[in-house]
Design a protein around this ligand. Structure first.
Ligand SMILES: [Cu+2]
Ligand SMILES: [Zn+2]
Length: 206
């Protein structure tokens, strides 16, 4: 087919389309205008599915890592039982036979070589520092862990005034083991440097 023949053959098709399109568009428009608006008239609003209640977390864990130049490490498990938080610490690398101050600190930032990123004692109530048997104490004051002859310690304490969620939540905060003994003195128990730091995170509840 020559060039001009193709133009001649295509020409009428284009012309028909040009004529037909406005007609099609017009009939479509008419159909649209005449039809009711089904979404608004006949379909009821979709009801969102009920949101299942989220259970408050009950278990947490902190993996304790030594700060620079120290060897203290271990695992601390925390379990919420009613309004009491049971704290169970298993540590090693402590000074044999010595008591080491042990606290929940404000922040879970263990990135600094000396553990200072954990900030001060967790103290939402604005109290003075104290040992666990004192009524006046920071919520994060957990007393001391006592190392055995090998420098290992198992320590359990149940405390109130802290939770894993909501107000007074300690999830994401820090746990610190100190070089020295917490003697209950102000402002923070004279417990010296920070030898281990761990961030409190969610744990699987059994
Ligand atoms: Cu501390
Ligand atoms: Zn304190």
């Amino acid at each position: 087919m020559s060039q001009s023949a193709r133009v001649r053959a295509v020409g009428p098709v284009v012309a028909v389309l040009c004529l037909a399109l406005p007609v099609l568009a017009a009939s479509k428009g008419a159909a649209k205008a005449a039809a009711p608006k089904p979404a608004e008239v006949t379909t009821p609003a979709a009801v969102p599915p009920p949101v299942p209640p989220v259970a408050a977390p009950k278990d947490a864990v902190a993996v304790m890592q030594p700060t620079e130049g120290n060897h203290a490490k271990g695992v601390v498990r925390l379990h919420l039982d009613g309004d009491k938080l049971l704290v169970v610490a298993d540590l090693e690398g402590l000074n044999p036979g010595q008591k080491h101050g042990f606290h929940i600190h404000e922040f879970g930032d263990c990135s600094k070589p000396d553990g200072s990123g954990a900030g001060g004692h967790f103290n939402p109530g604005g109290h003075q520092h104290g040992l666990p048997d004192h009524i006046e104490r920071h919520a994060g004051d957990l007393g001391n862990v006592t190392a055995d002859a090998k420098g290992a310690a198992h320590y359990e304490i149940a405390v109130s005034g802290v939770a894993l969620s909501g107000k007074d939540a300690i999830l994401g905060r820090g746990l610190i083991v100190h070089a020295k003994t917490d003697d209950g003195g102000q402002p923070t128990g004279n417990a010296g440097g920070r030898i281990a730091c761990g961030t409190i995170g969610l744990a699987l509840s059994k």
